[in-house]
Design a binder for this molecule. Structure first.
Ligand code: ADP
Ligand code: MG
Ligand code: MG
Ligand code: MG
Ligand code: MG
Length: 435
């Protein structure tokens, strides 16, 4: 049942709605609409100039309308007179096929046609840094192995508990918060759900963490590798696939050694097969490639993969099977677009099911120590350009995500790469001046 936003405003004392959509680079774009105008906006959407955001449009395109999905409305727990609502992009009465939330909805519809309903949980790690963005905000947080540091966690209690309280209030089922493996780094976990619910929550989580951090005079960043030498921010995704009623886990087979069904192995096979290409989406920035393929960090391990391998309950590989009936993709990072992350998992997994993809050999080794003994497993892309080229070559994945989306994404991301490559660096000067 579609909720009436004007009625909701009256009931909850909401004065303004943020009608928000996410563009191809993961930026959230919003209009702030007074409750008095929300009834019309709920029907027609809020108008935007698409070219002004990352959607691969020209200034000549007609109006882009962001039509709120009233089932995805969240009253801001830290500012109760405002509500955020995720919106779908529409132009001339048609869905904008490259808009990330639409890309995800289409991927989910493809899966549903085959009776498959994907459920995921994400672990969106972040750093709390100084407001100017240059350093960790807590000078005392300097242990070489800072993971689960009790003292450092409690010095940030006001921020972490406030966010966790809000997740409790919103009914997300948060269940733990910790200091992570880098100085200044934290993780907060809530329960998995349908891909779209998780993507909307993931988006809102990023907005909420940044907002609450700012309220406390700090800054939160999900940048994949904000500090060289320290562990980067991942965004692991845990994945299982269910029937329509959400009662039967289609990935679960009690008799299998890993607790995975044949379909589960094929889905995993799809992730493995498309890994080098899907990195262009799960690891979408120049900086992403300083997290994967990284040299050992101060803490002793990067906790991120460099090779396309899978394993059981072992955190040194790209995919871990931590328990029966699900697996964890450890590749994505904090820069991953919440919608495209979910979409590409579904697209790759379905492709694996269709082609009965074999995930290949399971490696039960410490990949950080013994990676050199693995022969034949592809290396993950070394930089964004390699990833974009791998994505461009992967016709099946591009088709599964939609040709409009894939072309738009590749075009804008190549532009971004070119902007980076054209940037003169101090390194060049230091290493080239005397040639
Ligand atoms: P990790 O051991 O990788 O650090 P966390 O507890 O931090 O694990 O995060 C696990 C995530 O996986 C949570 O979001 C959790 O809800 C989710 N999860 C657990 N079981 C499943 C499942 N069957 N399918 C999808 N996600 C799951
Ligand atoms: Mg105007
Ligand atoms: Mg975790
Ligand atoms: Mg973690
Ligand atoms: Mg994890």
């Amino acid at each position: 049942m579609t909720q009436d936003l004007a009625a909701l405003a009256k009931e909850k004392g909401i004065r303004y709605f943020m009608i928000s959509y996410t563009d191809l680079f993961g930026a959230q774009r919003a209009k702030l609409v007074p409750a008095a105008a929300i009834a019309d906006m709920q029907r027609d959407g809020a108008g935007f100039a698409g070219f002004a955001t990352w959607l691969d449009m020209t200034p000549a395109h007609p109006d882009l309308f962001a039509v709120p999905d009233a089932s995805a409305v969240v009253q801001l727990p830290w500012r109760r007179d405002v509500a955020w609502v995720a919106a779908d992009c529409v132009m001339e009465d048609k869905h904008v096929t490259q808009a990330p939330r639409i890309v995800l909805k289409n991927a989910m519809a493809n899966a549903a046609k085959e009776g498959l309903y994907i459920r995921t949980g994400v672990e969106a790690e972040f750093f709390l840094i100084d407001a100017d963005g240059t350093q960790i905000s807590d000078a005392k947080d300097n242990a070489a192995k800072p993971c689960y540091d009790q003292q450092a966690l409690m010095r940030r209690y006001d921020v972490i508990a406030e966010i966790c309280d809000y997740m409790l209030e919103l009914g997300w089922g948060p269940y733990q918060n910790d200091h992570e493996d880098a100085n200044g780094q934290f993780e907060m976990n809530w329960n998995f759900d349908d891909s779209l619910v998780t993507a909307d929550r993931h988006s809102f989580f990023k907005f909420m963490v940044k907002s609450v951090a700012e309220k406390h005079g700090l800054r939160a960043t999900f940048m994949p590798k904000p500090f060289p030498g320290l562990t980067g921010s991942g965004c692991h995704a845990h994945i299982s696939v269910w029937d329509k009623d959400g009662k039967t886990n289609m990935f679960y087979d009690a008799d299998d050694e890993m607790g995975l069904s044949a379909q589960g192995y094929n889905f995993l096979g799809g992730i493995m097969k498309h890994a080098e290409a899907l990195a262009a989406i799960t690891n979408p920035t120049v900086n992403s490639y300083k997290r994967i393929n990284a040299p050992r960090t101060v803490s002793g391990a990067t906790w991120s993969p460099n090779t396309v391998t899978w394993t059981g309950n072992n955190r040194t590989h790209m995919v871990r099977v931590p328990g029966k009936g699900r697996f964890e993709l450890r590749l994505p990072d904090g820069a991953a677009n919440p919608y495209l992350l979910q979409a590409v998992i579904i697209a790759a997994g379905l492709s694996g099911i269709h082609s009965k993809a074999d995930p290949g050999k399971r490696y039960d080794i410490d990949m950080y120590q013994l990676g050199h003994t693995v022969k034949g497993a592809p290396k993950l892309p070394l930089n964004l350009l390699d990833a974009l080229r791998a994505f461009d070559k992967d016709k099946a994945l591009k088709a599964a995500l939609g040709e409009d989306f894939s072309a738009a994404y590749l075009k804008l991301k190549h532009q971004e790469w070119n902007s980076y490559a054209g940037h003169f660096t101090q390194w060049e000067r230091e290493n080239t001046l005397d040639v």
